[in-house]
Ligand binder design. Structure first.
Ligand SMILES: Cc1cc2nc3c(=O)[nH]c(=O)nc-3n(C[C@H](O)[C@H](O)[C@H](O)COP(=O)(O)O)c2cc1C
Ligand code: SF4
Length: 511
């Protein structure tokens, strides 16, 4: 009999390791010779239920959670190992799971992340096997046709980027995966790497085959030690299985992959800064052009894609571009992995087709605030994303609809705030964050961020009327300058949370 216990770091932080140990010990003590195999998986993404233990039965997997190590003996005595006792029922039937369309995350929480057999038994490697029967150009066109857009923030069409790299003449090309995941409220990259690392490896190998790259790097943040360890182990196993190396799947095509760990600077998630850091230099933004697709790592044509963009490629190749493009709305095709965090009752991962509304995510899936107080605002798309009020909850999750509303979908992180939040201090924080994380290369960002903090302080201490209005004009002027004059999106987007706070929550700016 198999019992599944997550080894994801979110689950481990609430004692999943102890739960696993206690189940093993208790199963042995209670004797009866019941052979229990404990399988450590990724997390299903229902973080409020962690540690979520699942027991395999003839009907499917029955869930128990959240479980403390102290609960284990009682649960086993009540028949947990046979799927009896007080349970959550079938995990796949839980409303949170039923509401989702899991393509990128199909295997996360289901398989043992470091079992190659489990991976293949759940359709792993079928995307790469299909790709290797196609020409590189056909693979690129399949990704174009799928409508996949970069999940790291900017939403640039992935296939078009690949087409540029394919068309570039060079002795060497690279595939770089951006796993810096610095945005507040985002954790999908980490969960994917900890829960299904072979999918990322497969996606990067397909990318390499498509553009003619022989080497790849994953730039992973140091704050994710479990993800670093899992990915390194998975790469070793992939080499053993000839999924990586000089002769991938016996095709004659060679590709190998390396992990590089960042040092904790937000700006190293910006793609050119990341390339500088990968080259061993300080993370400073490069001026574009040249674009990385033509002159990237060590001056060679380079694909830079986010974890989720690359990890979505295997399902596109395995099931066909059309099957993927059939999900979604407008120019936002496929599914996206949204992340609910902050003051929310049910935080976690929701993978669903684009087009679901913000309100459905926050209220129906998230269950409103954890504090039980009314929701005041949500910030979507990381620290550079807009603050939106509940009046905007009808907005569909769609790149274009968000842009029209002065917001961005970004990496899909949604952070919820209740009515105790002071939006002027959140706007001030946006400038403070930019001042701390700016690489310092251009004046509008380096100096503008500091002036922004000062201006908000003046607004908050000004006497009502003329003084305050005057400073609000300066603030808008500063926002315009940073938007138009910054070299990269760090300074260019910092005005987004600021302007949205002023626009939707103007009353908080009164002294
Ligand atoms: C300040 C800043 C931080 C960023 N951080 C990340 C990050 O942590 N992860 C990421 O994938 N993209 C990040 N990006 C976006 C990258 O520059 C780039 O657009 C992305 O890696 C491209 O991959 P995609 O097309 O698959 O999204 C950041 C951009 C900026 C301006
Ligand atoms: S906008 Fe900020 S982070 Fe970007 S290049 Fe300029 S100083 Fe550096």
């Amino acid at each position: 009999m198999r019992v599944f216990v997550p080894r994801d770091s979110a689950a481990r932080s609430v004692r999943a390791d102890e739960v696993a140990e206690r189940i093993a010990a208790c199963a042995q003590e209670s004797g009866g010779g019941q052979a229990v195999e404990i399988v450590r998986t990724g997390s299903r993404g229902m973080l409020w239920l962690e540690p979520l233990v699942e027991v395999e039965t003839a009907a499917g997997r029955i869930g128990y959670g959240p479980i403390n190590p102290e609960d284990v003996d009682g649960l086993i005595a009540a028949g947990m190992l046979d799927g009896r006792g007080k349970s959550l029922g079938l995990v796949e039937e839980l409303p949170w799971m039923k509401r989702q369309e899991r393509l990128t995350f199909a295997r996360v929480g289901v398989i043992d992340p470091l079992s190659a057999e489990d991976y293949e038994a759940h359709d792993g490697m079928s995307g790469l096997r299909t790709a290797l029967t196609m020409t590189p150009a056909e693979v690129v066109e399949a990704v174009v046709d799928s409508g996949l857009r970069g999940r790291g923030g900017a939403g640039f069409p992935t296939g078009i980027k690949w087409r540029t790299v394919l068309g570039a003449e060079a002795d060497l090309k690279f595939v770089c995966c951006n796993a810096d995941e610095g945005d507040s409220g985002t954790f999908a990259d980490r969960m994917l790497i900890e829960g299904d690392p072979f999918t990322l490896i497969e996606g990067m190998t397909i990318a390499a085959y498509a553009v003619g790259a022989a080497e790849g790097y994953v730039y992973l943040r140091s704050e994710y030690p479990d993800a670093v360890a899992t990915l390194k182990d998975a790469i070793e196993l992939a080499r053993t299985n000839r999924w990586l190396g000089p002769d991938v799947l016996g095709s004659g095509f060679g590709f190998d992959l390396h992990v590089r760990v960042g040092a904790g600077a937000y700006i190293c998630g910006e793609e050119t800064s990341m390339l500088e850091s990968l080259e061993g230099k300080r993370g400073m933004v490069r001026a574009k052009p040249p674009i990385p697709a033509l002159q990237g790592l060590f001056g060679r044509p380079t694909i830079v894609n986010n974890v989720l963009s690359l990890a979505t490629v295997p399902t596109i190749l395995a099931s066909g571009a059309k099957a993927y493009a059939d999900y979604g709305t407008g120019r936002s095709r496929g599914t996206s992995v949204f992340q609910l965090g902050g003051n929310v009752a049910r935080g976690g991962i929701v993978e669903t087709a684009f087009g679901i509304t913000l309100g459905e995510l926050v209220n129906d899936l998230g269950g409103g605030t954890a504090s039980g107080r009314p929701t005041k605002a949500v910030q979507v798309g990381g620290p550079l994303g807009a603050y939106l009020p509940v009046e905007q909850f009808g907005l569909p999750m769609d790149y274009e609809a968000f842009a029209e509303a002065g917001a961005m979908v970004g990496h899909g992180g949604i952070v919820v705030f209740d009515d105790t939040v002071d939006m002027a201090s959140m706007a001030r924080f946006a400038f403070e964050f930019c001042a701390a994380e700016s690489c310092g290369k251009c004046t509008p960002c380096r100096v503008g961020a500091v002036r922004g903090v000062e201006t908000i302080d003046r607004i908050l201490t000004a006497t009502a009327g003329t003084d305050r209005d005057k400073h609000l004009v300066v603030l808008e002027d500063l926002c315009e300058l940073m938007t138009d004059g910054s070299l990269c999106a760090m300074g260019g987007l910092t005005p987004m949370p600021v302007r949205s706070a002023v626009r939707h929550f103007g009353e908080d700016f009164n002294a």
